[in-house]
Design a protein around this ligand. Structure first.
Ligand SMILES: NC(=O)C1=CN([C@@H]2O[C@H](COP(=O)(O)OP(=O)(O)OC[C@H]3O[C@@H](n4cnc5c(N)ncnc54)[C@H](O)[C@@H]3O)[C@@H](O)[C@H]2O)C=CC1
Ligand SMILES: O=C(O)C(=O)COP(=O)(O)O
Length: 465
């Protein structure tokens, strides 16, 4: 596909693949601290031509917050917004066309889907988890992936605190009974949380927040993590999952979805938990073996549980929580003192608004400038913006296979120009190179692009100017 793009007043036809350049002067809302390099932008930073932002197509799924939509629309991009996720066939149809896609935890961007996405340069996960994306395939095909690593952590931690107290007091059962007209005032099996032990599995951003909040309520906190981590307050790290399960009154899971965390809590682990203890899962649905949990609840081994995430979750809101979705759903629904919630851990106004800004900013920086700070599957690089004093400069973004000899060949292609600044780094089999080169006249841009594209190491080339 080709398009007409004015360059410094002239007009020329160039390939879409090297067309993504706009202004280095854009303003950011609450940039995360990792973006400090952006602050070095000179006052004379120029609006880069010739890229026409309205050619950039963005597909936003799963009700991405208005803040994110606004930032992307303000850039002039064509933004299509959908409230839910899409079934695979429709997703494939839509993704063929777009340069940018924004998703949350439901949309599965597998290799099968991504291979259809010929124009896609970047994926924004407007959430923490990136397990729904084939990160390796994306990197090997030059597609950057960004997420929001901690904007909803506090929301999850607060939900878990609410659930700890609600479980200890059988609050949701009492509420459901009274909704049905039954007054059932009981104290048997209801407890204060003060002095009880909370066991946190996965002591990352969410685990940390939770640790502080739980101690403020007088709970003793222990945690298990594969990494040796500094404790918050007086929490203590325990050496094994078994040690945690044997000592905790409440066990809460905050690990990512990984092969090692699949069914991390199954029949064996449930049998290691204390009699009458509680389990909370707001991580990913694959982490708990739900039929084993149902058995542990029925036998009275567990006094309660709260589950926010499920192996299969519906694409949108509606009456979907039945055995067609997950074959044990109706058994689960029949259990007492079991809090079921529809993956709402991160669903607060504060979290969604902050995520919208953070991820949309990262997408914009990547599209317009090639900056990968915060990317989860590519090396993290940034270069100082070009300025109005540098009219004949271009920025080359070259994503390539991490094999010997590439830099020599690339610099041979740059040889007739001055390389003002260059940065390169690799992550596994994929490397990312950014270079600002000067003394490039408009007729030479296409040649530069084509020479880079012809290298056998090429994954994706973009020339921004
Ligand atoms: N319910 C919801 O709405 C939400 C769910 N989440 C889920 O929560 C997960 C955790 O989030 P964060 O705390 O931000 O992640 P994080 O990356 O900050 O922390 C995860 C911790 O788990 C540890 N870990 C990894 N594998 C482990 C294993 N096998 N055993 C023990 N520890 C292990 C890591 O070392 C790390 O310290 C996310 O990956 C996401 O899947 C996140 C946000 C909202
Ligand atoms: O941030 C995460 O990883 C979450 O699980 C929240 O997902 P959501 O944005 O609510 O689909």
């Amino acid at each position: 596909m080709s398009q007409s793009i004015p360059i410094h007043g002239a007009s020329r036809t160039v390939s879409n693949t090297y067309d993504l350049s706009t202004s280095p002067t854009m303003t950011f809302n609450s940039p995360p601290s990792s973006f400090k390099m952006r602050q070095q932008v000179a006052a004379s930073a120029k609006t880069l031509k010739p890229f026409d932002t309205k050619d950039i197509k963005v597909l936003l799924l799963e009700n991405v917050n208005q803040t994110g939509q606004d930032i992307l629309r303000r850039q002039g991009y064509q933004v299509e917004f959908l409230k839910g996720s899409l079934p695979k066939e429709q997703l494939i149809e839509k993704i063929r066309d777009v340069h940018v896609i924004g998703i949350r935890s439901k949309t599965k961007l597998t290799a099968e889907v991504l291979k259809e996405a010929k124009n896609l340069i970047v994926i924004g996960c407007f959430c923490i988890g990136t397990n729904q994306v084939d990160l390796q395939y994306a990197a090997e095909n030059g597609i950057a992936v960004f997420n929001s690593p901690f904007s909803n952590s506090r929301s999850v931690a607060e939900l878990v605190i609410a659930e700890i107290i609600a479980l200890a007091r059988q609050l949701t059962d009492r509420s459901m009974e009274l909704h049905n007209g039954t007054w059932n005032k009981v104290s048997a099996g209801c407890w204060e949380v003060r002095g009880k032990t909370l066991g946190i599995v996965g002591y990352g951003h969410i685990g940390n927040q939770l640790s502080v909040l739980a101690e403020a309520m007088g709970m003793k906190v222990i945690y298990y993590d594969v990494v040796n981590l500094m404790s918050m307050g007086t929490a203590t790290q325990v050496p094994t999952l078994k040690a945690l399960l044997e000592s905790a009154d409440f066990v809460t899971l905050h690990v990512p979805e990984l092969p090692e965390t699949k069914n991390m809590i199954g029949a064996k682990e449930l049998s290691q938990m204390r009699n009458g203890s509680y389990l909370i899962n707001a991580s990913r649905g694959t982490v708990v073996d739900i039929p084993a949990l149902i058995d542990a609840m029925r036998s009275g081994k567990l006094a309660g549980a709260a589950i926010d995430v499920f192996p299969h979750e519906p694409a949108g809101n509606g009456d979907y929580f039945n055995n067609d979705l997950n074959k044990w759903a109706e058994d689960l629904r029949s259990l007492k003192n079991l809090i079921l919630s529809p993956h709402i851990g991160g669903s607060t106004e504060e979290a969604q608004s902050a995520i919208g800004i953070e991820v949309a900013d990262a997408l914009t920086r990547y599209v317009n400038e090639g900056t990968t700070l915060g990317a989860v599957n590519l090396p993290e690089l940034a270069l100082r913006s070009l300025t109005t004093d540098e009219p004949d400069h271009v920025r080359v973004i070259y994503i390539h296979k991490n094999v010997p000899g590439v830099l020599r060949r690339v610099n041979e292609i740059f040889a007739d120009h001055n390389v003002d600044k260059q940065s390169t780094d690799s992550k596994g089999d994929v490397a990312y190179l950014m270079a600002d080169i000067s003394n490039v006249n408009t007729d030479e841009i296409k040649g530069l692009y084509q020479s880079l594209e012809e290298l056998s190491s090429k994954i994706k080339t973009r020339v921004l100017y």
